[in-house]
Design a protein. Structure first.
Length: 50
């Protein structure tokens, strides 16, 4: 199993450019380095649904 920081870094690779832009703008001023996996999943679910 991958550690949490690796999973957070890999999550955005599954997004297209538009979705990635929306996600990265939403978490600003944080960067992926400072977002937990649970926060990232929760944010993506909130932005894009289940």
């Amino acid at each position: 199993m991958l550690d949490a920081s690796t999973r957070v870094r890999l999550l955005p690779h599954k997004l297209d450019a538009t979705a990635y832009g929306r996600y990265s703008n939403y978490i600003l001023p944080k960067t992926q380095r400072y977002v937990t996996f649970e926060e990232a999943v929760s944010t993506l679910m909130g932005l894009f649904g289940p």
